[in-house]
Write a protein that binds this ligand. Structure first.
Ligand code: SF4
Length: 354
């Protein structure tokens, strides 16, 4: 079997278990190949997206998440649209080109907060708009798209049906994948994601995530390290092996050189400098958190002690790795790719009439 440590950086290849667990010099070589593949496709530019967490209500009960419905110790919030809109219109950091609006699976928040916020942003700003809102109805997906969002983040988290059930992930894996396909067929750019290092996960299990991601109509994929969440059934489980996460980022990049792969802030909960390590392993999207301080403490996917990426931290991490924030937004990048426009001029999506 060819190891990722010895293949050229532009190879569209599938990882072996040894790649996913590699350490030392083999790992360093694989990450260098992944970084080279990223630079070849995207140069030194890294997309900068802000995340806004608008509700921590959730009707689902994933055992790896602190926002699960059975966590009665969590005080729940649903943000109001007006102050968020004001903050984004008047005070957003200059480097932000895109916003990701995120919530637990909470259709009430979609109607009361997310839709009005998207309409305001679409009317008043050139920001690209992503959403990460869970499994909704086709009608609600249509409304969100017509309002002006164009990227849907729908993570499958656990790429094997029995394990998916075991972790009480939303609905069934088949259902989740159907929604990924439906979104892609109805005009969304779709990104997915999975967790590395879940309790009981083997390297063979981890590898299944790649086969699944490769089979889906995706434009990007994330890898999150397993961090045991406070007040979850997995609170006493060990944190996932950092190498599995970082190697998975590198392997995704080598499998799909053109995908958007984020450096998630949880990388810094996994190990100091984990975020920068993600950028060195092939990530090309950074996220800064714009959730208002008074709400952020209760948006607890992992632990209350979160590592918050501010604009300063994000730009410092990029500069330290010799990288630069992209002036082109992510939604513009996807739009241009779909339109087959490689002119380099700023791309503006056609105005929607729906
Ligand atoms: S992972 Fe998402 S769907 Fe699952 S409990 Fe947490 S917020 Fe809800």
């Amino acid at each position: 079997m060819t190891s990722f440590a010895s293949i050229p950086p532009d190879c569209d290849a599938f990882p072996q278990e040894a790649d996913l667990s590699s350490a030392g010099s083999a790992q360093a070589r694989m990450h260098e190949h992944a970084a080279a593949a990223t630079r070849k496709e995207f140069g030194k530019k890294v997309f900068v997206r802000a995340v806004l967490e608008v509700s921590n209500f959730c009707r689902e009960n994933c055992t790896y998440c602190g926002m699960r419905r059975d966590n009665v110790k969590l005080s729940r919030f649903r943000a109001r649209h007006e102050p968020l809109a004001e903050m984004l219109l008047l005070h957003r950091p200059a480097s932000v080109t895109d916003i990701n609006i995120q919530a637990g699976e909470d259709p009430v928040a979609v109607r009361e907060v997310v839709l009005p916020l998207i309409r305001t942003l679409r009317r008043e700003t050139p920001l690209g708009i992503s959403v990460c809102l869970g499994t909704l109805t086709p009608a609600l997906y249509r409304e969100l798209h017509a309002a002006g969002a164009s990227i849907y983040i729908m993570k499958f988290e656990v790429g094997e049906a029995a394990r998916y059930r075991e972790f009480s992930a939303p609905g069934t894996l088949d259902e989740r994948l159907e929604h990924v396909r439906l979104l892609a067929q109805t005009g969304w750019s779709v990104s997915s994601g999975f967790i590395a290092g879940l309790p009981g996960q083997t390297l063979a299990d981890l590898r299944l995530n790649f086969a699944l991601a490769r089979s889906l109509p995706l434009q990007g994929c994330s890898v999150s390290p397993f961090i045991p969440g406070d007040e979850t059934p997995l609170a006493a489980a060990p944190t996932g092996d950092p190498n599995w996460t970082l190697n998975s980022i590198a392997a995704l990049r080598l499998m799909r050189p053109d995908w958007i792969i984020p450096a998630v802030s949880a990388l810094n909960l996994m190990e100091p400098e984990g975020y920068r390590h993600g950028l060195r392993a092939g990530a090309n999207l950074v996220t800064m958190n714009l959730t208002p301080d008074d709400l952020r403490a209760d948006y607890v996917i992992y632990q209350r002690d979160r590592f918050i990426m501010t604009e300063e931290r994000v730009l410092d991490a990029l500069a330290a790795e010799g990288l630069e924030p992209s002036q082109t937004g992510l939604a513009d990048h996807y739009g241009r790719r779909i339109a087959g426009d490689f002119s380099g001029e700023p791309y503006r999506a056609p105005v929607k009439t729906a």
